[in-house]
Write a protein that binds this ligand. Structure first.
Ligand code: ZN
Length: 116
């Protein structure tokens, strides 16, 4: 879905010319991400005021995606098995509750092994 936003930028944004944003005079942050104080920011976390005002309103579906209204469940919780959405690659639990109860379980397991 984020890919579609990139497509919308490259095909529709008036400031996107030859792979560059002429407003920012660099690669469009929405297609290739950007760097802020030495840290890499993913394209999906970047925003563009021009894009939001001039390009997005014409495409309601992508507008919802852009603002995160449409939740794409890209993860499955290791604790409860429910789908959840996270931007972090390392997240394996949907919530703190699952994280804590999972930790408790491993603790009990470790104790049982010791008892044998
Ligand atoms: Zn869970």
């Amino acid at each position: 879905m984020k890919q579609d936003i990139k497509q919308l930028v490259t095909s529709t944004c008036a400031n996107y010319i030859n792979g560059k944003c002429i407003l920012l005079d660099k690669e469009c942050p929405l297609t290739s991400g950007e760097e802020y104080r030495g840290k890499k920011i993913a394209a999906s976390d970047c925003s563009c005021t021009y894009f939001e005002k001039a390009v997005l309103p014409a495409n309601k579906t992508l507008e919802a995606v852009y603002y995160g209204k449409e939740t794409v469940l890209n993860k499955t919780c290791k604790g409860c098995g429910k789908g959840f959405n996270s931007v972090s690659n390392r997240a394996v639990y949907c919530s703190d509750i699952c994280r804590k109860s999972a930790r408790k379980k491993t603790f009990i397991k470790a104790n049982q092994k010791r008892a044998k």
